[in-house]
Design a protein around this ligand. Structure first.
Ligand code: NAI
Ligand code: MG
Length: 358
């Protein structure tokens, strides 16, 4: 069935516009091949929006995002906006966007490409065959709990509270279980229930949701400190991993080292309803911005996640994933994954993907 979709592009700063251009070309090629119609609207966000509108998330950008079927973001930030005395920062735009759209689930697939396995600092026999989908809770927990700082006899005292309620835990565990239904059927929940009361609630709610709603999904729990170890000693043993905001922040950065290059990793942030936000996990790479050498594949893979999760176009998403595999098989490499050999420009890599897509 032909799909009509309204896709908002937030190119952002640094290499953002360069990689988003390739993401858009790939989406256009898929629309053409499958008979869909995608309308694109490009909006200012981040540092460029601070320059043009005095705010990192202009009202018009937020309004366009609310009305979108999916949002594809490049990256925001850069030295130009790093002044510690500045009123606002590019990242503030991203945080408000996630909050406004209630994007409580951050999905990060960690799947080292067999063609690039030597890019990882870890041993081949450890990472080969790894295919993990992380679900990190994104709008609750210690990053959003009550916090404060007050005088103390020794100087000062500060606190940040980790708070989760039943609904916040249930909805992310539910998403994890649904994702597992489409994969190998296993969910691992990560917490610190031996110490933290909030983790004991997390564990009770997760167990309840899994038992009541997903009796066929294999389910287990791992303590976060142990998980940090397992992730680099036996990553193959995990399928879907669900955890809270801070544990997820740390574990996904650790996990990003399995595939080796930042330039290959996409992510999705989803809410209960409304558009999802799709982006590469890397930043705006100011060191290579404007040189035309950034790897566009993470953004292209993020575009595939948008088709899958926001538009229900699973076949089209799989076709993009397969095209990325094909260009890697053909030996195409941008500088970040070239290991010293010949390398393609951003546009050449995008063109290689387009050629496979036909
Ligand atoms: P970064 O991810 O931008 O760059 C780290 C290193 O990886 C750099 O050497 C860069 O050249 C390289 N790199 C990143 N993406 C690449 C790609 N697609 N192809 C080839 N090489 C790539 O992280 P960094 O340097 O810590 O931050 C730069 C700026 O980006 C900062 O202002 C930071 O706040 C912002 N940032 C924004 C994010 C976002 O918008 N979601 C996420 C992370 C950082
Ligand atoms: Mg982080």
């Amino acid at each position: 069935m032909a799909v009509d979709a309204n896709i908002v592009l937030l190119p952002g700063d640094g290499i953002g516009p360069e990689i988003i251009e390739q993401g858009q070309l790939v989406l256009e090629a898929v629309a053409k091949r499958f008979g869909h119609s995608f309308q694109f609207t490009s909006c200012p966000m981040g540092g460029n929006a601070i320059d043009s509108h005095g705010t990192p998330l202009p009202d018009e950008t937020l309004a366009a995002c609310r009305n979108a079927d999916a949002i594809l973001l490049g990256a925001v930030g850069g030295p130009k906006w790093d002044d510690p005395n500045a009123k606002t920062r590019p990242e503030a735009g991203l945080l408000s966007l996630r909050k406004e759209l209630k994007l409580f689930a951050n999905l990060r697939p960690i799947k080292p490409y067999k063609q690039l396995i030597d890019a990882s600092p870890l041993k081949r026999e450890i990472i080969e065959g790894t295919d993990i989908l992380f679900l990190r809770e994104l709008t609750g927990g210690i990053y959003f709990g009550d916090s404060g700082v007050k005088p103390h006899a020794s100087g000062e005292e500060a606190y940040s509270m980790m708070v989760y309620n039943t609904e916040e835990v249930a909805r992310i565990v539910r998403l994890a279980a649904k994702a597992a239904q489409l994969r190998s059927g296993r969910v691992t929940s990560v917490d610190k229930a031996n110490v933290l009361e909030v983790s004991r609630l997390w564990r009770r709610v997760a167990a309840q949701v899994m038992a009541d709603e997903f009796p066929d999904i294999e389910y287990d729990v791992v303590l976060v400190d142990a998980m940090a170890m397992h992730l680099i000693s036996r990553p193959r043993d995990f399928d879907v991993v669900v955890t809270g905001n801070m544990f997820g922040d740390i574990l996904t950065d650790e996990g990003s080292m399995l595939p080796g290059s930042l330039g290959m990793l996409p992510s999705a942030s989803l809410g209960e309803s409304g558009p999802g936000l799709y982006e590469p996990i890397h930043g705006s790479a100011p060191d290579i911005a404007g040189k035309g050498i950034a790897n566009p594949l993470a953004t292209i893979l993020a575009a595939a996640m948008a088709l899958h999760h926001s538009l229900g176009l699973t076949e089209e998403a799989a076709v993009i994933d397969a095209a990325v595999e094909a260009v890697l098989d053909a030996g195409h490499r941008t500088a970040d994954i070239a290991a010293g050999g010949n390398s393609l420009s951003t546009e050449q890599m995008g063109a290689a993907v387009l050629e496979v897509l036909g």
